[in-house]
Design a protein around this ligand. Structure first.
Ligand code: FMN
Length: 218
């Protein structure tokens, strides 16, 4: 291969990798760390909401919700929700069906860069609803956040007790999503009734799904 061919090849490889990065990794808008609604007000008004308007969710709101759940808030990596021994066993998946300027698909949230990585394309809300025993909130919501756990991260440190810690932790994250939704004028519901096997197959994940939280405008 001569020198010109080599340079050409490098350009082609660079172009391909840039396109792949653009396709699969989406930067979310920076989260707000102050708001107009007090914590007391969100606590007083929080309710499980299962019906949503058909309007789309903005990227700003989606980013804010994900940040409230697992966003990085300290230089050493501390997050919005506490974690036993800072083992951070939880992963967030996003089923997007109707989010402004976001292609319908399945995404994974990357806390450290506040980005979404695309897992697969296409609207899977109907299938997600089936995995959630036909619950309509999931079918109708513009977006659903799935909180899944890699128990081994916490068990490595705490043994069998780590299992309890992971279940406690998902409660913290779920409540953060409830309160953040309320402050944004959105509604959500924590769904625990789903077919675990079907859901894992649909999302093609190794982690254990613990909570499914559809979110939409009230
Ligand atoms: C562990 C857990 C599992 C739940 N699973 C579901 C569910 O599968 N579907 C649903 O619509 N609501 C579910 N909920 C929401 C409860 O039904 C709701 O919190 C309860 O009715 C009280 O209403 P509130 O949240 O508005 O105060 C669940 C709540 C918890 C804590």
């Amino acid at each position: 291969m001569n020198c010109t061919s080599k340079i050409l090849l490098i350009f082609v490889l660079l172009a391909v990798s840039t396109t792949a990065e653009n396709k699969t990794s989406i930067q979310l808008p920076s989260p707000e760390t102050t708001g107009k609604v007090s914590v007391e007000e969100t606590l007083a008004k929080r309710r499980s909401i299962r019906n949503y308007q058909s309007t789309s969710l903005s990227m700003k709101d989606l980013g804010q919700l994900l940040w409230s759940a697992q966003g990085i808030t300290a230089k050493w990596g501390g997050r919005t929700a506490p974690s036993a021994g800072t083992t951070y066993p939880l992963e967030l998946y996003v089923v997007a069906g109707n989010v402004e300027s976001l292609e319908a698909g399945l995404y994974r949230y990357v806390p450290v860069s506040h980005k979404l990585n695309m897992v697969s394309k296409g609207d899977i809300r109907d299938k997600l609803s089936i995995a959630c025993l036909g619950q309509q909130s999931v079918r109708k919501a513009p977006v659903t956040i799935i909180i899944a756990a890699d128990f081994s991260r916490t068990k490595k440190r705490y043994g069998e007790r780590g299992i309890i810690y992971v279940y406690i932790e998902v409660g913290h994250v779920g409540e953060n999503i409830y309160l953040q939704s309320e402050s944004l004028g959105l509604g959500t519901v924590a769904i625990g009734a789903f077919n675990e096997k079907l859901l894992k197959e649909l999302l093609k994940i190794n982690e254990e799904p613990l909570y499914v939280m559809p979110v939409g405008k009230k």
